[in-house]
Design a protein around this ligand. Sequence first.
Ligand code: BES
Ligand code: ZN
Length: 462
Amino acid sequence: MKKPIVSLTLAATLSIGAFGLQPAFAQSSEVGYHHVQDHFDKKLLKKIDAEKIYQNIDYLSKVPRVAGTDSEENAVHYIKEQFELYGYEVDIQPFTFYGYTPPTAIELSVVGQQGEYAPRAFTYSVSGNVTGELVDAGLGKQEDLQGRDLTGKIALVERGEISFSEKVLNAAEKGAVGVIIYNHSDGPLSGTLGEHNDDFVPAVALSKEEGEALSSELGNAVNITIEGAETGEKTSHNVIATKHPKNKTKATDDIIVVGSHHDSVAGAPGANDDASGTAMTLELARVLKNEQTDTEIRFITFGAEEVGLLGSSHYVETLSEDEIDHTVANFNLDMVGSKDAGDLVMLTLDGKPNLVTELAQKSSEKLNGEATPYGQGGRSDHVPFAEVGIPAALFIHSPSEPWYHTPEDTIDKISKEKLQDVAEIVGSAVYDRARVDYKGPKAKKGPKLKAKEEMFYEQEMK
Ligand code: BES
Ligand code: ZN
């Protein structure tokens, strides 16, 4: 499997921020949405409690929740319990995937010295405990290693020109028992080897500074220890709480999905990405529980988003044609509470407005006097919905916070004001469409959108 990482195309789209976004509420008229519904349910808005969202983020973000691990499963149980506490019946939808468990320990030391190095593992780095003479292997290209015998040695390689996995495989082919790749520019180095390969030897990443310091140890013995890393079949879960139409006589077959992902990347407690969206999904389920609606609302937290949108893809694959046709909207809450991120935006796969952006522009205009802008973006769980023609949008603050996918994505970076704001906008928009007396446009199926591969996948980092 190719490791999905930040797309340059998309990063560029997002970094131009305001320029790429369409703030115009007027856009709505383009798609024929003139109907103005006058009253939001003030009682409902009053019920939304940022403090509750915050508490749930706090609970969920104590540890990383990597898909397929026990900590993801703990989160799944907690989420299920909360939904049940609010009175929902909950389905747990398991699915398997072939994935990588990152190491529990990773060390690099020069034998006989106190280790000061802070190595990182690559995704798909294999476990092992290897010691050998440190040798310079240039860029680790075949021509760098021609005629050399690295048997039993540890190769020190600089980043650049060829992929990390090629460097590891080239050195291993010459007999190296371990590989250290250091950065060619400032900052820490982390990345992926792309996919599992039986020929890999333990490989770690170092910053440029540390790599250069280590090069003064050439000829000495170094040790690499990686523990707990493995590639294999894993199980992740989606958690689905369903609110059935309240008024049976008026019930429609329409379905709205409010979703988020509960998994995080390794090493990141994921307070904002995406305990924030998960806790907001719970809160919206709580406040909407007893509202009169003629539309079914499914509150879903997806597993394994961070390893390739797997939970949401699995969920969409399990839908019947009929369910797809009747799913009128997907609100995707992903990174909705960071103090250090920019303003709220909505991202659709094609950058065009749809029922979700229209409903939310209407509610944000009402609540804040300003319609939340929309732009183009993939990279999250709205993608599989959009791909089968379901109107879908990602709610996110842009630009993203510097803590994104780092160990610093913690509860202290969460803003209750932002949580309250997004929950009100999305809560109102969902309720507006689900309420018994809704008179706006009905299911408006969009075209089946194709996520361009390069939109959320990129070649492994070089
Ligand atoms: N929440 C992020 C997506 C995101 C981050 C979108 C910043 C826009 C700005 C999501 O959890 C994520 O990290 N997605 C992956 C892609 C996915 C296909 C594995 C990513 O963007 O690397
Ligand atoms: Zn996310």
